[in-house]
Design a protein around this ligand. Structure first.
Ligand code: GRF
Length: 198
C-alpha cells in the first residue's frame, strides 16, 4: 500500500517510516515524500531514492492555490494514506476534501494538551511530570482530530525542550510506524470524535 509522507524538518520520523516500510513483510511503502521548504527531509528522500515533491506556499499566489496544487500533486501519486511527520503547515479544505480521514499525524504531546508547534516547550514550561506522543487522524483543526494512539514520556528535572523532544521522538518513531502498519492492515472505525483500529 503506497503512502505519501509530508515533512518540513529533519525527517527522523520519515526515516523510521521508510525503514519500517522497507521491511519484507511491511504492508506499506513510502511512495513519495512531500516537503513545503528546503529541509533535511529532502536529503532523506534523495538518499533513499524516493520521489520528492517540493510544494512551497511562496511559489503560489495564496494559500488556497497552494492547497489545490498540493492536492493535485499528492493525488497524482495515488496514496492510500498520507502521513504528516513534522509537516509545519495546516492542510487546507481542498486537501482534506480529497484525503480527509486518511491523513495521520504524530504530535509530541498528549493531546488535547499542548497542541501546536511548541507543544514540547509549553509542556516543559508548564511543569508537567509526564507528557508523551499522540498519533491522530488529521481534521481541519490544529492537532484536533480523532486520537488513534498515545504513549507517555516522563519529564526529567534536568530536561531541556531539546532533550525532552528527542526522547519523545524516540517514542514517536516506533508508535507512528506501528499505527500506520495497523491502519493499512485493519483500517479504522470512526464514531463521532473517537477512532478505533479494529
Ligand atoms: C516530531 O516530533 C513531530 O511530532 C513534530 O515534529 C517533529 C518532527 O521531527 N510535529 P523530525 O523532523 O521527523 O525529526
Amino acid at each position: 500500500t503506497p503512502l505519501v509522507v509530508m515533512a518540513s524538518g529533519t525527517g527522523s520520523l520519515l526515516e523510521s517510516l521508510i525503514a519500517r516500510g522497507g521491511a519484507e513483510d511491511s504492508p506499506f511503502r513510502v511512495a513519495a515524500i512531500v516537503v513545503d521548504r528546503v529541509c533535511r527531509a529532502q536529503e532523506v528522500a534523495q538518499r533513499n531514492d524516493i520521489p520528492l515533491i517540493t510544494c512551497r506556499v511562496a511559489d503560489h499566489a495564496d494559500r488556497s492555490t497552494w492547497d489545490r496544487a498540493l492536492t493535485e500533486q499528492v493525488a497524482a501519486i495515488g496514496p492510500e494514506w498520507v502521513v504528516t511527520a513534522g509537516f509545519m503547515k495546516i492542510l487546507g479544505p481542498a486537501f482534506l476534501g480529497r484525503f480527509g480521514g486518511r491523513v495521520v499525524n504524530s504530535h509530541p504531546a498528549l493531546l488535547p494538551a499542548f497542541p501546536g508547534a511548541h507543544g514540547v516547550a509549553e509542556a516543559l514550561d508548564y511543569g508537567v511530570k509526564v507528557t508523551g506522543a499522540t498519533v491522530h487522524l488529521v481534521d481541519e483543526g490544529v492537532d484536533t482530530g480523532p486520537i488513534l494512539a498515545q504513549q507517555v514520556v516522563t519529564v526529567d528535572d534536568d530536561d531541556t525542550a531539546d532533550t525532552l523532544h528527542e526522547r519523545i521522538k524516540t517514542v514517536e518513531r516506533v508508535l507512528l510506524a506501528d499505527v500506520v502498519t495497523a491502519l493499512v492492515t485493519r483500517g479504522v472505525v470512526i464514531d463521532g470524535r473517537k477512532a478505533r483500529i479494529p
